[in-house]
Design a protein around this ligand. Structure first.
Ligand code: ZN
Length: 144
C-alpha cells in the first residue's frame, strides 16, 4: 500500500481527484484547454516517448534476429519501414562509428552525408576530454 501511495501521489497531484485510468483502460490525460495544460503536454510527451522507446527496443532486437520472427516483421524490414537487418549490420562493423539510428534507419544515410556523428564525437570529446571508443577493448575483455 505504501508503494502504491509513493507511485500514485505524484500522479494524483497532476490529475487532481480524477481517475488515473479511463473506462478504455488508457491513462486519462487532461483535456487541451484545461487548467493544467503544461502537465497535459508533459504527460503526452512521456506517454508517446515510452511507446517509442519500447518499439525501438523491439525493432532493434528484430534487426539482430534471423530466425523465428513473424513474416509481417520481415516484410516491414524489407520495405524499410522498420530497421532492416542488412542495413543495421553496417553499424556493427568495426570501428562502430556510424549508422546509430535504430528505429527505421531512415536518417543514417543523410546523417552520414552531413558528417553528423564525427561532429558530435568531436564536440563530446572537447567537452569531456573522453575519446570515442577508447575503451572498446576493455569491454571486449570483460569476463562474465
Ligand atoms: Zn544492433
Amino acid at each position: 500500500m505504501k508503494n502504491r501511495k509513493l507511485f500514485c501521489n505524484p500522479i494524483c497531484q497532476l490529475h487532481g481527484d480524477r481517475p488515473l485510468f479511463g473506462t478504455h483502460g488508457l491513462p486519462v490525460l487532461d483535456a487541451p484547454g484545461g487548467e493544467n495544460l503544461p502537465a497535459y503536454h508533459w504527460n503526452c510527451f512521456v506517454f508517446l516517448l515510452s511507446i517509442f522507446v519500447a518499439m525501438t527496443n523491439q525493432i532493434h532486437k528484430w534487426s539482430h534476429t534471423y530466425f523465428g520472427i513473424p513474416s509481417w516483421v520481415v516484410l516491414l524490414q524489407d520495405l524499410h519501414v522498420i530497421l532492416p537487418r542488412r542495413h543495421h549490420r553496417i553499424h556493427h562493423v568495426a570501428p562502430h562509428e556510424t549508422y546509430f539510428c535504430i528505429t527505421t534507419g531512415w536518417l543514417n544515410y543523410p546523417l552520414e552525408l552531413l558528417q553528423f556523428w564525427p561532429f558530435l564525437e568531436r564536440a563530446i570529446e572537447s567537452a569531456f576530454a573522453c575519446r570515442p571508443r577508447s575503451d572498446d577493448l576493455r569491454w571486449a575483455q570483460k569476463k562474465a
